[in-house]
Design a protein around this ligand. Structure first.
Ligand SMILES: NC(=O)c1ccc[n+]([C@@H]2O[C@H](COP(=O)([O-])OP(=O)(O)OC[C@H]3O[C@@H](n4cnc5c(N)ncnc54)[C@H](OP(=O)(O)O)[C@@H]3O)[C@@H](O)[C@H]2O)c1
Length: 320
């Protein structure tokens, strides 16, 4: 199958922007569907062969119309929090959207789809609405007879310039004088570098061996959440005493934060964060990708060294 034209849902986000950058470099024609073109145009519209289209992707007819003519869909849409607490918001964005995507792909003849999922996604046993609905979406996409060759990616925390992990903890640590209360401190993570994830997605795109596979994506090392927050604090040169909260206090903290605008931490996040986010195998090795440590990347952006320099060459090329 010859892939030329790729539609990306969630192409304006943290992973999406980097993926667009890479796929544009590879010469693919990209169509990014967004809810708000004006807010998301910076850096993206300078990429060659990229069309940024404002639409309602939850409207099946519009989805079909915009996917027509594309060879592949990459679905990066994901939310970490919903407006209420009953799972309906997660279901709408993770499951119902995928149901529509399957229908739309069938209608317009798209036979290849990459899905961004998450480690521990599990429709039945997922600890949180986030993990359950991510699991349901995977199950739908990997069920037989949908007529689409699907590859799913299950990363641990993804780190890189604009990530919402190290940057969020950096902001919170700076705001908190002396003591920093930390929920779910003992949970283990294996942070994976954004560009390693992008490399994996790019290499699998045209690889029939990746059809119907679910790849686990982890970095080279394992850390507890406390070690990661400690590392963030040290990298910023802050002297904060991290107070590890027990399970009951972690839950109380999440319940309080449920009412804070923007939900920096929520009950659903707490439920996800109770389980270690670790890989059982090294799927990067299948593609000879050597993974990157946090120590070699995170200090660069936490200390404000420009990570946006990757756009410079495109700006230079089109003189903007
Ligand atoms: N970042 C991580 O550490 C991590 C770890 C594991 C898994 N993942 C998964 O990886 C994917 C990408 O993550 P990310 O960090 O790049 O996320 P992100 O920066 O939050 O971007 C997600 C994109 O989804 C779109 N979106 C959000 N809510 C939507 C809604 N209600 N309806 C339609 N579109 C909506 C947004 O696009 P517009 O605003 O343009 O419409 C946004 O660009 C997600 O599926 C996430 O669950 C991420």
């Amino acid at each position: 199958m010859s892939i030329k034209h790729i539609a990306i849902l969630g192409g304006t986000g943290f992973v999406g922007r980097s993926l667009c950058n890479r796929l544009s470099e590879e010469g693919y024609k990209l169509k990014i569907l967004t809810r708000n073109r004006e807010d998301n145009r910076s850096d993206l519209i300078i990429l060659p062969n990229l069309e940024l289209v404002q639409t309602d992707i939850h409207d099946l007819k519009k989805l079909e119309m915009h996917l027509a003519g594309c060879d592949v869909v990459i679905n990066l849409i994901g939310i970490l929090n919903e407006r209420g607490n009953n799972g309906k918001g997660f279901r709408h964005v993770h499951v119902e959207l995928v149901e529509k995507l399957i229908k739309a792909c069938g209608k317009v003849g798209i036979k290849r789809l990459l899905q961004m999922s998450a480690l521990n996604a599990d429709a039945k046993n997922g600890e949180s609405h986030y993990l359950q609905t991510k699991g349901e979406a995977e199950d739908l996409l990997h069920s037989k007879n949908i007529g689409i060759n699907v590859t799913s990616f299950r990363p641990s925390i993804i780190f890189g310039g604009n990530d919402s992990f190290f940057n969020k903890f950096a902001t919170l640590l700076k705001m908190t004088p002396l003591f920093f209360p930390l929920a779910c401190h003992a949970t283990k993570f294996s942070p994976v570098y954004l560009l390693d994830v992008i490399e994996m997605m790019t290499r699998t795109l045209n690889d029939p061996e990746s059809y119907n596979k679910k790849f686990q994506l982890c970095g080279p090392r394992i850390y507890t959440l406390r070690e990661l927050v400690d590392y963030t604090s040290q990298t910023l040169g802050l002297k904060r005493k991290i107070i590890s909260l027990n399970n009951m206090l972690s839950r109380v903290q999440a319940t309080i934060f449920d009412f804070v605008p923007g939900k920096p931490f929520s009950t659903d996040n707490y439920l996800s964060a109770r389980t270690d986010s670790l890989c059982e195998c090294d799927d990067f090795a299948r593609y000879q990708i050597k993974t990157t440590t946090i120590e070699s990347i995170v200090p660069q952006y936490l200390n404000n060294i420009s990570y946006r320099s990757s756009y410079t060459k495109f700006r230079t090329r089109i003189r903007r």
